[in-house]
Design a protein around this ligand. Sequence first.
Ligand code: PLP
Length: 371
Amino acid sequence: MIRPFGPTWTEGGRDPRRAIERSWGTVASSAFGSTRSAPEAPPFSSGRLGNPVRFPLADWIDDHEGCRYNLGKSGMRGTVRHPLPTRTQVRDASEPELRRRLADRVGVSRSRLFVTHGASEANSLAIAFLSRRPRGRSPRCRVRFPEYPPLYDTARTFGYRVVDASGPVDLAVASLPRNPEGCLWSSGEIERFTNGARATLIDETFREFTTARSVQRLELPSVWSTGTFTKAYGADDLRVGYVVTPEAEADRFARFHGVVTDEIAEWSVAGALATLDDGERILREVRRVFERNRAAWRRATPRGPELAAPVAFDDPVPGGGDRFTLRCLRASILVCPGSLLGKPSGVRVCLTRRSFPRDLAVYRRVRDGAR
Ligand SMILES: Cc1ncc(COP(=O)(O)O)c(C=O)c1O
């Protein structure tokens, strides 16, 4: 595998600025992050694997996995273990049963919930489905930056113009709890966000880190939501997620889902059911680690928002997000630059590892030294 840069590249005396630009293009100087007009799409480069279109945030994290202090990963893989299904469980795996159990957990009828190969597919299916509505002008999609990039990049891919503005829009998309800010929105904030949108997609990938209930409980009109097993359950290997449609769209979406995607592998269905069977234990453990890390973060940043997900946005950081990210990298600390999340002034810090209190202390030292 080609590793254009990594925790060791500074040891070789290479210029960090050049290295970062080789990998991303000139992210630092891109139009990302103006508050009213939405940032442009990231500068796709030819990529580590030679692909013309990539996911720069994931590439950034993967390319620097070897950092000693990893504050880059937003999921619990490697911190908790989910059970693997037995042969009998695989033989008996039932997707309708998985649908029923997930729908019960979200608090909606089974007919509104569709199982997918993860939240990425769930988000893409919802956005693709909604983009097929007849319209005579360029559709607009509301986003509040910073935001998880595939949400707005997928909207762009399906023809939406991305705006960070209130008022009438065809679609509004948000992660909730927020990635990267980690906070939840109040019911009032959610209602304001959906106001004027013909449809809203709320990505609830991080919901299980607390006992927060699904946005679906608010029974707002035209709200879609998504979820996954990859974050709180750390079950990346299962590749199971889901999308919940508004009541009125369930039948039409069922036909779309049946045409454009396929069934989930039995192994994954069985693994997801086994994980739910063991869910209380896993989530107790996850919330214990998260609670301890969150307390350490709160002590370090007492004025920040209350976190409901193991991610936080440190904003602003000295020298701006890109420069500070490189400074961290020189100390073998992995954080994600805000320019990859639509807000270049900050960096994302993840609170998923058991080593977080120690890693945070090192991060704080570097941050204090950068003033
Ligand atoms: C907000 C958000 N949505 C979706 C995903 C991807 O989920 P999955 O791995 O289930 O496709 C992530 C992964 O980091 C995420 O942070």
